[in-house]
Design a protein around this ligand. Structure first.
Ligand code: F6P
Length: 346
């Protein structure tokens, strides 16, 4: 069997661990693996690279992706899907393993409907893909954000400040909720719940009236003020131009929020945007194991002919779920976990 593998969307700790697992498992099946560079672009532009076990040696713990990535959408150009299918045949491939998030795997689901034999692997630090309890990369992002919150704590405490920490999370506040709980945040704001500024300031004032002289607020980049909540057009953005999947570049909610908090509470308030620091660096042991399990399972799925499906974690088992189900609806934060976080607000 000849298998193509590609990584699409934002980079994510653990991508190389999946590529390594795919190549090693394919080798055990006596199959060949071809890497496609820079996401769907690699299939459209035909930039294959033969991958063997030597080439994937020593990459398990390395962040980023040896194949490169991009936000190329094969459906952007009406001729794109046909070109992708034609190039797949030209390369003599029998299967494609697409490692990506909602956009990359959404395109994979649509290409499967057009006849592409594709298997998905769920990647995103945002953990917002349905069908899987967790995506790989999320644990690393949470660890990095928690470490940052711990460091910010010392400045908040020493200077008697309110510190607003902005983390990634376009549509879902998984990183904010988990890192907020782990870092002992006093307020956590997520895209799922519109921000009520009065309530946020009341929580901070209540905390300070109990003798505390500092507060930590964690906010997801996609959170919106209650009066503005609604469409993606009302998000606070760095760049309003959209990518090929129609997303604006988010960033800046922490600055707006910190100004508003300072104005209302009169407490000195600063903000920090963690940005791509959360996506970089070496994956945690948890993510290395999860990425490896996904890679091995996806390669087995390709050999079993289980196309149009995604490897997913359910409980502690890796199972196959339909790509169409995994990408039809985003997985937002569980009320149960957010309620735990709320116990510690204010
Ligand atoms: O991978 C998803 C994500 O981390 C979002 O939370 C964030 O909005 C986006 O990537 C940023 O992507 P880029 O690197 O393209 O600016």
């Amino acid at each position: 069997m000849k298998i193509g593998v590609m990584t699409g969307g934002g980079d994510c700790p653990g991508l190389n661990a999946v590529i390594r697992a795919v190549v090693r498992k394919a080798d055990a099946f006596d199959s060949r693996v071809v890497g496609l560079r820079n996401g769907w672009k690699g299939l459209l532009d035909l930039s294959p690279v033969d991958l063997d076990t030597k080439m994937v040696s020593g990459i398990l713990h390395v962040g980023g992706t040896i194949l490169g990535t991009s936000r190329t959408n094969p459906f952007k150009d009406p001729a794109g899907p046909e070109k992708a299918l034609k190039n797949f045949r030209l390369l003599g491939l029998d299967a494609l393993i697409a490692i990506g998030g909602e956009d990359t795997l959404g395109a994979a689901a649509r290409l499967f409907a057009k006849g592409l034999p594709v298997v998905g692997v769920p990647k995103t630090i945002d953990n917002d893909l349905s069908g899987t309890d967790f995506t790989f990369g999320f644990d690393t992002a949470v660890s990095t954000a928690t470490d940052a919150i711990d460091r910010i704590h010392t400045t908040a405490e020493s200077h008697n400040r309110v510190m607003v920490v902005e983390v990634m999370g376009r549509h879902a506040g998984w990183i904010a909720t988990y890192a907020g709980i782990a870092g002992g945040a006093d307020v956590i704001l997520v895209p799922e719940i519109p921000i009520d500024l009065d309530e946020v300031c009341d929580m901070i004032l209540r905390r300070h009236s109990r003798g505390k002289s500092f507060s930590i607020v964690v906010v997801a980049e996609g959170a919106q003020f209650a009066e503005k909540a609604g469409s993606e057009g009302d998000l606070i953005v760095q760049e309003s131009q959209t990518d090929e999947f129609g997303h604006v570049r988010l960033g800046g909610i922490s600055q707006v929020l910190s100004k508003a908090i300072e104005k209302r509470t009169k407490f000195e308030t600063r903000f920090v945007v963690l940005g791509h620091i959360q996506r970089g660096g070496t994956p945690t042991a948890h993510d290395r194991v999860l990425a490896t399990r996904f890679g091995v399972f996806a390669t087995e799925m390709a050999h079993r002919g289980e196309f149009g499906q995604m490897a997913a974690l359910q409980g502690n088992r890796i199972v196959a779920v339909p790509l169409a189900d995994a990408t039809s609806k985003l997985k937002t934060v569980d009320t149960e976990i957010y309620d735990i976080a709320k116990e510690f607000f204010g």
